[in-house]
Design a protein around this ligand. Structure first.
Ligand SMILES: [Zn+2]
Length: 457
Protein backbone atom coordinates (compact mmCIF):
# COMPACT_ATOMS: atom_id res chain seq x y z
CA UNK A 1 0.00 0.00 0.00
CA UNK A 2 1.54 3.31 0.91
CA UNK A 3 0.91 4.00 -2.65
CA UNK A 4 -1.84 6.35 -3.64
CA UNK A 5 -0.19 9.61 -4.04
CA UNK A 6 -1.56 13.11 -4.35
CA UNK A 7 0.67 15.32 -6.40
CA UNK A 8 -0.77 18.75 -6.28
CA UNK A 9 -1.81 20.91 -3.38
CA UNK A 10 -5.43 20.36 -2.52
CA UNK A 11 -6.71 23.71 -1.44
CA UNK A 12 -10.39 22.99 -1.09
CA UNK A 13 -10.03 21.73 2.45
CA UNK A 14 -8.07 24.48 4.09
CA UNK A 15 -11.09 25.57 6.11
CA UNK A 16 -11.82 22.04 7.25
CA UNK A 17 -8.20 21.49 8.16
CA UNK A 18 -8.10 24.61 10.28
CA UNK A 19 -11.30 23.54 12.00
CA UNK A 20 -9.98 20.04 12.60
CA UNK A 21 -6.76 21.25 14.17
CA UNK A 22 -7.05 22.86 17.56
CA UNK A 23 -5.08 26.00 16.90
CA UNK A 24 -4.85 26.92 20.55
CA UNK A 25 -2.46 24.00 21.01
CA UNK A 26 -0.03 25.20 18.39
CA UNK A 27 3.35 25.89 19.94
CA UNK A 28 4.83 29.25 19.22
CA UNK A 29 8.08 29.19 17.35
CA UNK A 30 10.54 26.39 17.72
CA UNK A 31 9.40 22.89 18.57
CA UNK A 32 10.35 21.93 22.06
CA UNK A 33 11.10 18.36 21.01
CA UNK A 34 14.74 19.17 20.47
CA UNK A 35 15.09 19.75 24.20
CA UNK A 36 13.82 16.23 24.74
CA UNK A 37 14.10 14.31 27.93
CA UNK A 38 16.31 11.32 27.96
CA UNK A 39 14.65 8.53 29.81
CA UNK A 40 14.07 4.84 30.13
CA UNK A 41 15.49 1.41 29.81
CA UNK A 42 16.56 0.66 26.30
CA UNK A 43 15.52 -2.27 24.22
CA UNK A 44 18.55 -4.29 25.32
CA UNK A 45 17.75 -3.67 29.00
CA UNK A 46 20.35 -1.00 29.69
CA UNK A 47 19.17 1.50 32.29
CA UNK A 48 19.29 5.11 31.15
CA UNK A 49 19.30 8.33 33.10
CA UNK A 50 15.79 9.56 34.00
CA UNK A 51 14.29 6.15 33.27
CA UNK A 52 10.58 5.48 33.70
CA UNK A 53 10.34 1.70 34.27
CA UNK A 54 6.52 1.75 34.56
CA UNK A 55 6.17 3.43 31.18
CA UNK A 56 8.77 1.14 29.63
CA UNK A 57 6.82 -1.88 30.85
CA UNK A 58 3.63 -0.53 29.24
CA UNK A 59 5.61 0.07 26.04
CA UNK A 60 6.89 -3.53 26.05
CA UNK A 61 3.42 -4.89 26.73
CA UNK A 62 2.08 -2.76 23.88
CA UNK A 63 4.62 -4.27 21.45
CA UNK A 64 3.75 -7.82 22.54
CA UNK A 65 0.04 -7.02 22.25
CA UNK A 66 0.41 -5.72 18.68
CA UNK A 67 2.45 -8.79 17.72
CA UNK A 68 -0.17 -11.11 19.21
CA UNK A 69 -3.07 -9.33 17.52
CA UNK A 70 -1.12 -9.73 14.28
CA UNK A 71 -1.82 -13.46 14.51
CA UNK A 72 -5.49 -12.68 13.82
CA UNK A 73 -4.91 -10.24 10.91
CA UNK A 74 -2.02 -10.80 8.53
CA UNK A 75 -2.06 -7.18 7.30
CA UNK A 76 -1.74 -5.73 10.79
CA UNK A 77 1.97 -5.85 11.68
CA UNK A 78 3.58 -3.74 9.00
CA UNK A 79 7.08 -3.82 10.51
CA UNK A 80 8.83 -5.31 13.53
CA UNK A 81 12.52 -5.30 14.32
CA UNK A 82 12.55 -5.65 18.12
CA UNK A 83 13.74 -8.72 20.10
CA UNK A 84 13.00 -11.99 18.30
CA UNK A 85 11.85 -13.67 21.51
CA UNK A 86 8.94 -11.20 21.85
CA UNK A 87 7.77 -12.37 18.46
CA UNK A 88 8.09 -16.06 19.42
CA UNK A 89 6.22 -15.44 22.66
CA UNK A 90 3.44 -13.69 20.76
CA UNK A 91 3.28 -16.62 18.33
CA UNK A 92 2.73 -18.97 21.25
CA UNK A 93 0.01 -16.78 22.81
CA UNK A 94 -3.46 -18.12 22.02
CA UNK A 95 -5.47 -15.18 23.37
CA UNK A 96 -8.62 -14.40 21.39
CA UNK A 97 -9.20 -10.95 19.83
CA UNK A 98 -11.73 -10.18 22.59
CA UNK A 99 -9.12 -11.05 25.23
CA UNK A 100 -6.56 -8.87 23.45
CA UNK A 101 -9.02 -5.96 23.45
CA UNK A 102 -9.31 -6.38 27.24
CA UNK A 103 -5.51 -6.39 27.56
CA UNK A 104 -5.33 -3.14 25.60
CA UNK A 105 -7.93 -1.61 27.91
CA UNK A 106 -5.98 -2.78 30.97
CA UNK A 107 -2.83 -1.16 29.62
CA UNK A 108 -4.75 2.04 28.95
CA UNK A 109 -5.89 2.14 32.57
CA UNK A 110 -2.20 2.18 33.64
CA UNK A 111 -1.58 5.39 31.70
CA UNK A 112 -2.50 8.83 33.07
CA UNK A 113 -6.18 9.72 32.60
CA UNK A 114 -5.39 13.18 31.31
CA UNK A 115 -2.25 14.12 29.46
CA UNK A 116 -1.64 17.84 29.36
CA UNK A 117 -0.83 18.99 25.83
CA UNK A 118 2.91 19.67 25.66
CA UNK A 119 5.47 19.27 22.91
CA UNK A 120 8.27 17.62 24.91
CA UNK A 121 9.21 14.11 23.87
CA UNK A 122 8.15 12.38 27.09
CA UNK A 123 4.62 13.84 26.97
CA UNK A 124 4.36 12.98 23.30
CA UNK A 125 5.47 9.45 24.14
CA UNK A 126 2.71 9.01 26.74
CA UNK A 127 0.14 10.44 24.33
CA UNK A 128 1.43 8.14 21.58
CA UNK A 129 1.10 5.01 23.75
CA UNK A 130 -2.37 5.99 24.86
CA UNK A 131 -3.65 6.84 21.39
CA UNK A 132 -2.09 3.80 19.74
CA UNK A 133 -3.49 1.53 22.48
CA UNK A 134 -7.00 2.88 21.89
CA UNK A 135 -6.60 1.91 18.24
CA UNK A 136 -5.32 -1.57 19.21
CA UNK A 137 -8.42 -2.04 21.38
CA UNK A 138 -10.70 -0.83 18.57
CA UNK A 139 -9.08 -3.10 15.99
CA UNK A 140 -9.22 -6.12 18.33
CA UNK A 141 -12.93 -5.45 18.98
CA UNK A 142 -13.49 -5.17 15.24
CA UNK A 143 -11.78 -8.52 14.58
CA UNK A 144 -13.84 -10.08 17.39
CA UNK A 145 -17.09 -8.74 15.90
CA UNK A 146 -17.12 -7.28 12.38
CA UNK A 147 -20.90 -7.17 12.09
CA UNK A 148 -21.06 -3.37 12.17
CA UNK A 149 -18.87 -1.00 10.17
CA UNK A 150 -18.91 2.75 9.88
CA UNK A 151 -16.35 4.70 7.90
CA UNK A 152 -16.24 7.83 10.06
CA UNK A 153 -16.09 5.78 13.24
CA UNK A 154 -13.23 3.71 11.82
CA UNK A 155 -11.37 6.91 10.93
CA UNK A 156 -11.79 8.24 14.46
CA UNK A 157 -11.01 5.02 16.32
CA UNK A 158 -8.14 3.77 14.18
CA UNK A 159 -6.59 6.96 12.79
CA UNK A 160 -7.29 9.55 15.48
CA UNK A 161 -8.94 11.97 13.07
CA UNK A 162 -12.26 13.11 11.63
CA UNK A 163 -12.00 13.51 7.87
CA UNK A 164 -14.44 15.89 6.19
CA UNK A 165 -17.66 14.30 4.92
CA UNK A 166 -17.95 15.34 1.28
CA UNK A 167 -20.46 14.84 -1.51
CA UNK A 168 -19.88 13.77 -5.11
CA UNK A 169 -21.23 17.09 -6.45
CA UNK A 170 -18.15 18.88 -5.06
CA UNK A 171 -16.08 17.15 -7.73
CA UNK A 172 -18.28 18.04 -10.72
CA UNK A 173 -16.32 21.23 -11.57
CA UNK A 174 -13.08 19.22 -11.74
CA UNK A 175 -14.69 16.60 -13.96
CA UNK A 176 -15.97 19.42 -16.21
CA UNK A 177 -12.42 20.79 -16.57
CA UNK A 178 -11.18 17.31 -17.48
CA UNK A 179 -13.93 17.14 -20.14
CA UNK A 180 -12.58 20.36 -21.61
CA UNK A 181 -8.98 19.15 -21.48
CA UNK A 182 -9.80 15.76 -23.07
CA UNK A 183 -12.92 16.25 -25.24
CA UNK A 184 -14.71 13.28 -26.89
CA UNK A 185 -17.84 11.17 -26.86
CA UNK A 186 -16.59 8.11 -24.96
CA UNK A 187 -16.89 7.93 -21.16
CA UNK A 188 -14.38 10.29 -19.52
CA UNK A 189 -12.46 7.54 -17.74
CA UNK A 190 -11.80 5.83 -21.09
CA UNK A 191 -10.50 9.08 -22.61
CA UNK A 192 -8.23 9.55 -19.60
CA UNK A 193 -6.88 6.00 -20.00
CA UNK A 194 -6.26 6.52 -23.72
CA UNK A 195 -4.49 9.80 -23.03
CA UNK A 196 -2.35 8.23 -20.30
CA UNK A 197 -1.22 5.41 -22.58
CA UNK A 198 1.32 7.73 -24.21
CA UNK A 199 2.92 8.24 -20.75
CA UNK A 200 3.21 4.56 -19.87
CA UNK A 201 6.70 3.38 -18.91
CA UNK A 202 7.59 0.35 -21.10
CA UNK A 203 8.18 -2.69 -18.92
CA UNK A 204 11.80 -3.07 -20.02
CA UNK A 205 12.51 0.54 -19.01
CA UNK A 206 10.90 0.35 -15.55
CA UNK A 207 14.07 -0.36 -13.64
CA UNK A 208 16.12 2.39 -15.32
CA UNK A 209 13.36 4.96 -14.73
CA UNK A 210 12.68 3.95 -11.14
CA UNK A 211 16.37 3.80 -10.23
CA UNK A 212 16.91 7.32 -11.59
CA UNK A 213 13.79 8.64 -9.84
CA UNK A 214 14.69 7.14 -6.47
CA UNK A 215 18.28 8.43 -6.76
CA UNK A 216 16.98 11.97 -7.31
CA UNK A 217 14.47 11.70 -4.43
CA UNK A 218 17.32 10.50 -2.21
CA UNK A 219 19.72 13.24 -3.27
CA UNK A 220 17.18 15.96 -2.60
CA UNK A 221 16.16 14.49 0.78
CA UNK A 222 19.71 13.97 2.06
CA UNK A 223 20.45 17.65 1.46
CA UNK A 224 18.11 18.32 4.40
CA UNK A 225 17.78 15.14 6.45
CA UNK A 226 20.59 13.16 8.06
CA UNK A 227 20.03 9.41 7.86
CA UNK A 228 22.13 6.62 9.40
CA UNK A 229 25.26 6.04 7.29
CA UNK A 230 24.36 2.39 6.68
CA UNK A 231 20.82 3.09 5.39
CA UNK A 232 19.87 1.06 2.33
CA UNK A 233 16.97 -0.39 0.39
CA UNK A 234 16.26 -3.19 -2.04
CA UNK A 235 13.86 -2.65 -4.96
CA UNK A 236 11.61 -5.43 -6.30
CA UNK A 237 8.83 -5.68 -8.89
CA UNK A 238 5.80 -7.79 -7.97
CA UNK A 239 2.29 -8.56 -9.26
CA UNK A 240 -1.17 -9.46 -7.96
CA UNK A 241 -1.33 -7.05 -5.02
CA UNK A 242 -4.10 -4.63 -3.93
CA UNK A 243 -1.56 -1.74 -3.78
CA UNK A 244 0.77 -0.13 -6.33
CA UNK A 245 3.83 0.12 -4.09
CA UNK A 246 4.87 -0.97 -0.58
CA UNK A 247 7.74 -0.33 1.79
CA UNK A 248 8.53 -3.25 4.07
CA UNK A 249 10.84 -1.84 6.71
CA UNK A 250 13.31 -4.46 7.92
CA UNK A 251 15.11 -2.61 10.73
CA UNK A 252 18.74 -1.50 10.91
CA UNK A 253 17.92 1.27 8.41
CA UNK A 254 17.05 -1.19 5.64
CA UNK A 255 13.85 -1.33 3.54
CA UNK A 256 12.43 -3.68 0.95
CA UNK A 257 10.53 -1.55 -1.57
CA UNK A 258 8.09 -3.38 -3.84
CA UNK A 259 6.52 -1.91 -6.95
CA UNK A 260 3.41 -3.59 -8.38
CA UNK A 261 3.93 -3.82 -12.15
CA UNK A 262 0.71 -5.71 -12.89
CA UNK A 263 -1.15 -2.62 -14.14
CA UNK A 264 0.43 0.01 -16.42
CA UNK A 265 2.80 2.37 -14.60
CA UNK A 266 2.80 5.93 -15.91
CA UNK A 267 5.81 8.21 -15.89
CA UNK A 268 4.61 10.46 -13.03
CA UNK A 269 4.49 7.49 -10.67
CA UNK A 270 8.26 6.98 -10.62
CA UNK A 271 9.02 10.12 -8.60
CA UNK A 272 5.79 9.69 -6.63
CA UNK A 273 6.69 6.19 -5.51
CA UNK A 274 10.41 6.99 -5.14
CA UNK A 275 9.59 9.78 -2.68
CA UNK A 276 6.63 8.07 -1.05
CA UNK A 277 8.18 4.67 -0.40
CA UNK A 278 11.76 5.85 -0.06
CA UNK A 279 13.03 9.39 0.37
CA UNK A 280 11.71 11.36 2.25
CA UNK A 281 8.78 8.94 2.72
CA UNK A 282 8.41 5.62 4.50
CA UNK A 283 12.03 4.43 4.41
CA UNK A 284 13.16 7.78 5.84
CA UNK A 285 10.41 7.92 8.51
CA UNK A 286 11.13 4.38 9.71
CA UNK A 287 14.89 4.88 9.73
CA UNK A 288 14.55 8.12 11.74
CA UNK A 289 12.14 6.56 14.27
CA UNK A 290 14.52 3.64 14.71
CA UNK A 291 17.55 5.88 15.16
CA UNK A 292 16.06 8.68 17.27
CA UNK A 293 13.52 6.83 19.41
CA UNK A 294 14.38 3.12 19.51
CA UNK A 295 18.19 3.41 19.58
CA UNK A 296 18.87 6.88 21.06
CA UNK A 297 16.00 6.88 23.61
CA UNK A 298 15.72 3.11 24.09
CA UNK A 299 11.94 3.16 23.54
CA UNK A 300 10.79 -0.22 22.16
CA UNK A 301 7.28 0.78 21.07
CA UNK A 302 8.52 2.22 17.77
CA UNK A 303 10.09 -1.10 16.79
CA UNK A 304 6.63 -2.34 15.87
CA UNK A 305 4.32 -0.64 13.40
CA UNK A 306 0.63 -1.62 13.55
CA UNK A 307 -0.84 -0.67 10.19
CA UNK A 308 -4.36 0.16 11.36
CA UNK A 309 -3.29 2.84 13.81
CA UNK A 310 -2.90 6.65 14.05
CA UNK A 311 0.77 6.34 13.13
CA UNK A 312 -0.36 5.46 9.60
CA UNK A 313 -1.90 8.88 9.07
CA UNK A 314 1.44 10.50 9.84
CA UNK A 315 3.29 7.88 7.74
CA UNK A 316 1.11 8.18 4.62
CA UNK A 317 0.51 11.91 5.00
CA UNK A 318 4.22 12.69 5.30
CA UNK A 319 5.12 10.28 2.49
CA UNK A 320 2.68 12.07 0.15
CA UNK A 321 3.56 15.58 1.30
CA UNK A 322 7.25 14.67 0.93
CA UNK A 323 6.83 14.57 -2.86
CA UNK A 324 6.02 18.26 -3.15
CA UNK A 325 8.53 19.12 -0.44
CA UNK A 326 11.30 17.44 -2.45
CA UNK A 327 10.02 18.73 -5.80
CA UNK A 328 8.38 22.12 -5.18
CA UNK A 329 6.52 24.00 -7.93
CA UNK A 330 7.26 22.67 -11.40
CA UNK A 331 10.51 20.91 -10.39
CA UNK A 332 8.96 17.45 -10.64
CA UNK A 333 7.72 18.04 -14.18
CA UNK A 334 11.09 19.51 -15.16
CA UNK A 335 13.04 16.60 -13.75
CA UNK A 336 10.72 14.11 -15.44
CA UNK A 337 10.97 15.96 -18.74
CA UNK A 338 14.74 16.25 -18.68
CA UNK A 339 15.69 12.88 -17.19
CA UNK A 340 12.88 10.35 -16.97
CA UNK A 341 11.10 10.92 -20.30
CA UNK A 342 14.29 10.19 -22.29
CA UNK A 343 15.00 7.10 -20.13
CA UNK A 344 11.48 5.82 -20.80
CA UNK A 345 11.57 6.73 -24.50
CA UNK A 346 8.67 9.21 -24.08
CA UNK A 347 8.07 12.59 -25.73
CA UNK A 348 9.35 15.37 -23.38
CA UNK A 349 7.40 18.32 -24.92
CA UNK A 350 4.09 16.61 -24.07
CA UNK A 351 4.90 16.70 -20.33
CA UNK A 352 3.14 20.02 -19.74
CA UNK A 353 -0.26 18.88 -20.95
CA UNK A 354 0.12 15.69 -18.90
CA UNK A 355 0.89 17.79 -15.83
CA UNK A 356 -2.31 19.81 -16.34
CA UNK A 357 -4.36 16.60 -16.50
CA UNK A 358 -2.56 15.16 -13.47
CA UNK A 359 -3.31 18.30 -11.46
CA UNK A 360 -7.01 17.76 -12.13
CA UNK A 361 -6.80 14.05 -11.34
CA UNK A 362 -5.12 14.89 -8.03
CA UNK A 363 -8.12 17.01 -7.06
CA UNK A 364 -10.32 13.94 -7.41
CA UNK A 365 -8.40 11.98 -4.75
CA UNK A 366 -10.81 12.98 -2.00
CA UNK A 367 -13.69 11.46 -3.99
CA UNK A 368 -12.15 8.07 -3.13
CA UNK A 369 -13.14 8.68 0.49
CA UNK A 370 -16.80 9.05 -0.49
CA UNK A 371 -16.80 5.78 -2.44
CA UNK A 372 -14.98 3.98 0.38
CA UNK A 373 -17.39 5.46 2.95
CA UNK A 374 -20.50 4.35 1.05
CA UNK A 375 -19.04 0.92 0.29
CA UNK A 376 -17.95 0.29 3.90
CA UNK A 377 -21.26 1.57 5.25
CA UNK A 378 -23.11 -0.87 2.99
CA UNK A 379 -24.70 1.74 0.72
CA UNK A 380 -22.89 0.46 -2.40
CA UNK A 381 -22.19 -3.09 -3.49
CA UNK A 382 -18.91 -4.07 -5.15
CA UNK A 383 -20.01 -3.36 -8.73
CA UNK A 384 -21.49 0.00 -7.76
CA UNK A 385 -18.29 0.93 -5.95
CA UNK A 386 -16.21 0.04 -9.03
CA UNK A 387 -18.54 2.18 -11.16
CA UNK A 388 -18.26 5.15 -8.77
CA UNK A 389 -14.47 4.93 -8.73
CA UNK A 390 -14.55 5.08 -12.53
CA UNK A 391 -16.98 7.98 -12.63
CA UNK A 392 -15.59 10.21 -9.88
CA UNK A 393 -11.89 9.38 -9.86
CA UNK A 394 -11.79 8.37 -13.57
CA UNK A 395 -9.91 5.14 -12.84
CA UNK A 396 -9.79 2.37 -15.43
CA UNK A 397 -12.11 -0.58 -14.70
CA UNK A 398 -9.05 -2.66 -13.70
CA UNK A 399 -7.69 0.03 -11.39
CA UNK A 400 -11.15 0.60 -9.89
CA UNK A 401 -11.45 -3.13 -9.15
CA UNK A 402 -7.97 -3.06 -7.54
CA UNK A 403 -9.12 -0.10 -5.45
CA UNK A 404 -12.17 -1.93 -4.17
CA UNK A 405 -9.90 -4.84 -3.20
CA UNK A 406 -7.80 -2.26 -1.36
CA UNK A 407 -10.85 -1.07 0.61
CA UNK A 408 -11.79 -4.72 1.31
CA UNK A 409 -8.35 -5.26 2.85
CA UNK A 410 -7.62 -1.89 4.44
CA UNK A 411 -11.01 -0.25 5.13
CA UNK A 412 -10.96 3.48 5.87
CA UNK A 413 -7.15 3.52 5.48
CA UNK A 414 -7.60 5.50 2.25
CA UNK A 415 -8.05 8.73 4.26
CA UNK A 416 -4.42 8.57 5.36
CA UNK A 417 -3.24 9.41 1.84
CA UNK A 418 -5.33 12.47 1.04
CA UNK A 419 -6.54 13.79 4.40
CA UNK A 420 -3.25 12.74 6.02
CA UNK A 421 -1.34 14.70 3.43
CA UNK A 422 -3.52 17.78 3.97
CA UNK A 423 -2.95 17.63 7.75
CA UNK A 424 0.82 17.12 7.48
CA UNK A 425 1.14 19.89 4.89
CA UNK A 426 -0.81 22.31 7.06
CA UNK A 427 1.34 21.37 10.07
CA UNK A 428 4.69 21.67 8.30
CA UNK A 429 3.95 24.88 6.42
CA UNK A 430 2.36 26.74 9.30
CA UNK A 431 4.86 29.39 10.43
CA UNK A 432 7.54 27.92 8.12
CA UNK A 433 7.93 30.11 5.07
CA UNK A 434 11.28 28.98 3.72
CA UNK A 435 12.21 25.63 2.19
CA UNK A 436 14.83 25.05 4.90
CA UNK A 437 12.34 25.76 7.69
CA UNK A 438 9.86 23.32 6.15
CA UNK A 439 12.43 20.54 5.84
CA UNK A 440 13.47 21.16 9.44
CA UNK A 441 9.90 20.83 10.70
CA UNK A 442 9.26 17.82 8.48
CA UNK A 443 12.42 16.09 9.70
CA UNK A 444 11.52 16.76 13.36
CA UNK A 445 8.03 15.38 12.76
CA UNK A 446 9.51 12.19 11.27
CA UNK A 447 11.74 11.76 14.33
CA UNK A 448 9.00 12.20 16.91
CA UNK A 449 6.02 10.32 18.43
CA UNK A 450 3.54 12.88 17.11
CA UNK A 451 0.12 11.60 16.07
CA UNK A 452 -2.81 13.46 14.46
CA UNK A 453 -4.23 14.71 17.77
CA UNK A 454 -0.82 15.86 19.05
CA UNK A 455 0.20 17.70 15.87
CA UNK A 456 -0.32 21.04 17.60
CA UNK A 457 1.00 20.27 21.06
ZN1 LIG B 1 2.45 4.60 1.85
Amino acid sequence: MKNRISIVLIVILVTSILMACDNSKSPEGKDSEETAVSASTDITGTQKEGADPALDQIAQDYVRLVLTLGKHDKSYVDAYYGPAEWKSEAEADNASPAELASRAEMLLSRLPQNIEPAGDLLTLRKHYLKTQLKAVAAHAHHIADASFRDFQQEAKLLYDTEPPVQEYAEFDPVLAQLETELPGSEPLHLRVQQFQQQYRIPEDKLDAVFSAAIAECKKRSLEHIQLPANESFKLEYVKDKPWSGYNWYQGNAHSLIQINSELPIYIDRAVDLGCHEGYPGHHTYNALLEQKLVKDQGWPEYSVYPLFSPQSLIAEGSANYGIELAFPGDEKTRFEQETLYPLAGLDPPSAEKYQRVLSLLAQLKFAENIVAREYINGKLDRDEAIARFQKYTVMSPEKAAQRVRFVDTYGAYVINYNWGKALVKEYVERDAETTDARWQKFSTLLSSPRLPSSLYW
